[in-house]
Design a protein around this ligand. Structure first.
Ligand SMILES: [Fe+2]
Length: 164
């Protein structure tokens, strides 16, 4: 049996972050479904892709724990809120979620400085992922600022969200 290199505190936090990544996975499925339901068919594909990425993120964290000799504990995933009013709202919610997750990783990283540089190095990958997501959704939000909920205007926003 492998010896466990992680402290209980670090294990708990990693388990929590795995849960957050899986919750993001679930939230993007809900976002994708809302898009399909409301005729934003390209955004549907886009958010399903985002969901797949989040699953991958959770797997990277889980593999890290396993490599360190610790078995991840999978928590319940809360039902995501998906009562969006417009595509703009979906994007704003994504920005909010990614920002909150970025702050969690950042806080965790600063706690790790004094105690666990191996985990800190891993977590830095996630801070990079979060800053890119925050930048991306921030840009799309800025593009959507001032648009009405008019379908045609929202379809223009979809074009900006899904560039190719
Ligand atoms: Fe993620």
């Amino acid at each position: 049996m492998k010896s466990n290199l992680l402290s209980k505190k670090v294990e708990n936090k990693l388990n929590e972050l795995i849960g957050q990544e899986l919750h993001a996975m679930y939230t993007y499925v809900a976002a994708a479904n809302w898009c399909q339901e409301n005729g934003y068919l390209r955004a549907y594909d886009f958010f399903l892709g985002e969901s797949a990425d989040e699953k991958l993120h959770s797997e990277v964290l889980q593999k890290y724990m396993l490599d360190m000799g610790s078995c991840p504990e999978l928590d319940d995933i809360d039902t995501p809120e998906a009562d969006y009013e417009c595509l703009n709202c979906v994007i704003e919610a994504a920005l909010e979620m990614e920002t909150a997750l970025g702050k969690m990783y950042s806080k965790f990283a600063s706690d790790l400085v004094a105690e666990d540089f191996m985990t800190l190095t891993k977590i830095q990958e996630f801070i990079k992922i979060q800053t890119e997501a925050i930048g991306f959704y921030g840009d799309v939000c800025a593009a959507g600022e001032g648009l009405s909920k008019d379908k045609f205007q929202q379809l223009m926003l979809e074009k900006i969200l899904v560039k190719n």
